[in-house]
Each structure stands twice: as C-alpha cells, then as structure tokens.
Design a protein around this ligand. Structure first.
Ligand code: NPG
Length: 381
C-alpha cells in the first residue's frame, strides 16, 4: 500500500451503564480510530483504497501502560513517520510488514496494532477478501459471551446476569476483586444453576498469598479464572495453577506469541485470552492462536469495549477453529446505545461474522461525527 493520508479520530462513546473492573469504573469509552487512505497494486493497476483501524488503549494507563493520548502521540510522532520514510525509499507498506517496519519502537503494541489493522483492511477491501477468509476462519457466526462488571450489590448482579441470560448470551464472565469474588459467584450459581458457562476475571487484583482463598472458587465449576495475578507474574501463575483446579487463563500477561510460548511452557496458563490490540495486531493474534492450538491450549477472543470496527475484526478472528471458548464478543448494545457502525446484534446467542471485503463494516459517518472529540490529519507531509 502507498499511504497518502491518515486521519486520527479520538472518540468518546457514552456507555449504557457504568462498567466497573478491579482497576476502574468507566462511564464512557474514550477510543481512537484511524482512517488510512492510499492505493494498492492489483493485477489491473493501482486501486484507491481506504482502511479503518481501532486502537484499544484506554483513556488512562490502568489496564496496560498504553493510553489514548500516548497512543495518539506515538502514532503521529514516531510510527507514521517511520512508515513514511519507508515509502520515501520507494517501498510499499503491507499489513504483513508493518510489524517488522515498526519493530525499532519498543512496545506500544496497541498503537501499532491500530495501524496494521487499517492497512490490512485497506488491502483486503481492494482484494475483495474478508478478514474471516484471510484468517482462514471456518465459521460464519461465533458464540457470544458477555462481561459483567462489579455491581453495587449481589441483587444488582443477579439482575444483570439474568438480563444477559434472557438475551441469550452463552457465557457469563464476572469481574472479581478481593471482597467481591466468592459471594457473587456463589449467588450466580445458586440463582442460575450449574449449567451456565461461568468464568471470572480478576484483572490482576490478587497475589499468590491469596491462593488458598482463590482455591475456594474450585467449588463452583468455573470455566477459568482470568489473570488472577499481576501481568508480569508468570512463575507465580504457574505456582497458583498447582494450587487450584480451576484453569488459569492469562490476558494482560500475554503481549506476544513469545509470551504465550513462555506461559504454556511454564504452565502459567492453560487457556489464553487473545486480544489483537494487546498483542500488536491481528497477525500476531493469529500466530498466538496457531501456537496455542499446537499445544492443545484453548483460546478465546477478549474484548476491549471496541466499536463495531474492532468488533467486526474480533468476530472474524474468533471464527477460527482454535477459538473453542466463547469470547467477549457481545452485541453493540451491551455497551453502546449507538455504535459507529451498523450495530452487531445477538441472534440465538451468536454474533454473525462479517463476510464483506475487509472488515465488512464501515463507520456511519454521522454516527462517527456525533462521537468524534478530535480529528487530526497525521500523515507526514
Ligand atoms: O466485551 C468487552 O468488550 C469487554 C470485555 C472485558 O471485560 N474486557 C476487560 C478485560 O479485562 O478483559 C477490560 C475492560 C475494560 C478495559 C480493559 C479491559
């Protein structure tokens, strides 16, 4: 692709209800969307294309070190100028090379992932190929899990969970933290029975000293416990895995295929939550899927409250065979009254995988304008 312009939009989408995790309470999703325009070579000559990317960093560095303002600066001051220099040398940027071309910058995976996603979208739209087909996905719809934040009371939690089950969600994920773990899990089991697919996510809120307490979760038949310990505690997660029978799933700890290999080798994870933005892009996400599958480790697609753009790409990725557990790929209305794309809707507990070229969706410009807080043209002159 020869990039000719890049528009960087900071968005602010109000959430339908506060979303509380062990590290924050969000009432809006502050996010970053890229629109990359340029041309790609085809057998019949160059074709003008546009591609869309989404950066999953949060407004503040509370989930990971990246945050929206930092990602904006990283994209504008470092990453895009590096690609512009590649083009100035007469070379084209392709989705398969973006990661390598940006490797000199350490970290900033979410910022890099947004650029790669936009370039991949542009290339695939030009080829008339969907993300799903490009990944080699086999399914046309994926089962939808839903993430339930920490609630003000157990009654409120039971109301929320009941509502999502009534909507048809096939898997419930409860956010937990010290002081809000055994009671909510026991109440959900008591109210909705043992058949409901149920898992918990601690977002690194515990330490190994909590092992005996966490072991009591084994009584509730959970699918997994996600990221109980700190993101850099692989050895301690491996120790915790020997102290409890509930499978350990890692999220924040896995930022690359190498991390996934380390975690599997150490026995720190028997399930991996793949979030394309966290690992530097959809190509690395696919590599982690392939690696995990080779080791018989189940993966599922995590969510970062993406707009319909990221949701479309996540649904395509989650349609790969190795994604054997329901992902956090909920309907748009789980978080938003109005998405920036046509909304993703739940049908029989599933989300349809877009089949159109590229992402298969694109922003509805008036919706995008309504939630745009700031727009910058950032391709180096
Ligand atoms: O369905 C979704 O998009 C949200 C899923 C979810 O709970 N994401 C969590 C997580 O830790 O996995 C998260 C929420 C907010 C910010 C970062 C991460």
């Amino acid at each position: 692709m020869l990039i000719e312009s890049v528009e960087l939009r900071e968005l602010r989408l109000p959430l339908v209800s506060p979303f509380t995790t062990s590290f924050s309470t969000q009432t809006e999703r502050n996010t970053l969307v890229l629109r990359v325009a340029g041309s790609v070579p085809t057998p019949n000559g160059r074709v003008d294309v546009v591609g869309w990317g989404e950066c999953v960093a949060l407004g503040e560095p509370l989930y990971s070190p990246e945050y929206i303002d930092g990602a904006k600066r990283m994209i504008q001051l470092y990453l895009l100028p590096m690609l512009a220099r590649v083009q100035a040398e007469g070379r084209e940027v392709t989705a398969e090379t973006v990661g390598a071309l940006l490797e000199k910058v350490v970290g900033h995976r979410m910022a890099k992932a947004a650029i790669e996603m936009a370039v991949l979208d542009a290339e695939l739209r030009a080829r008339g190929e969907s993300f799903a087909r490009y990944f080699g996905a086999t399914r046309t719809r994926v089962p939808a899990g839903v993430s339930v934040g920490i609630q003000p009371s157990v009654d409120a939690l039971l109301g929320a969970v009941g509502g999502y089950l009534d909507e048809g969600y096939v898997r419930i994920k409860l956010k937990i933290q010290p002081g809000w773990d055994l009671a909510p899990v026991a109440a959900v089991r008591e109210q909705f029975g043992d058949e409901v697919l149920l898992q918990v996510d601690a977002n690194a809120a515990y330490t190994l000293a909590d092992a005996q307490h966490l072991r009591r979760l084994d009584d509730y038949g959970l699918l997994l416990i996600e990221q109980p310990l700190a993101e850099d505690d692989l050895v301690q997660h491996a120790k915790l895995a020997t102290a409890m029978s509930t499978p350990i799933c890692l999220d924040e700890s896995i930022e690359s295929a190498k991390d996934a290999a380390d975690a599997i080798t150490l026995g720190a994870a028997s399930v991996i939550n793949i979030k394309p933005g966290r690992v530097g892009g959809y190509l690395e996400a696919k590599r982690i899927h392939d690696l995990s599958r080779a080791h018989g480790v189940a993966v599922w697609c995590g969510g970062m409250l993406e707009t319909g753009l990221g949701r479309a790409a996540n649904a395509a990725l989650a349609a790969l065979d190795g994604f054997s557990l329901p992902g956090d790929i909920s309907a748009s209305d789980r978080f938003y009254t109005e998405d920036i794309t046509e909304p993703f809707v739940l049908r029989d507990g599933h989300i349809d995988v877009p089949q159109g070229p590229g992402l298969g969706v694109e922003p509805i410009l008036e919706n995008l304008a309504r939630v745009t807080h700031d727009t910058q043209e950032v391709w180096p002159a």
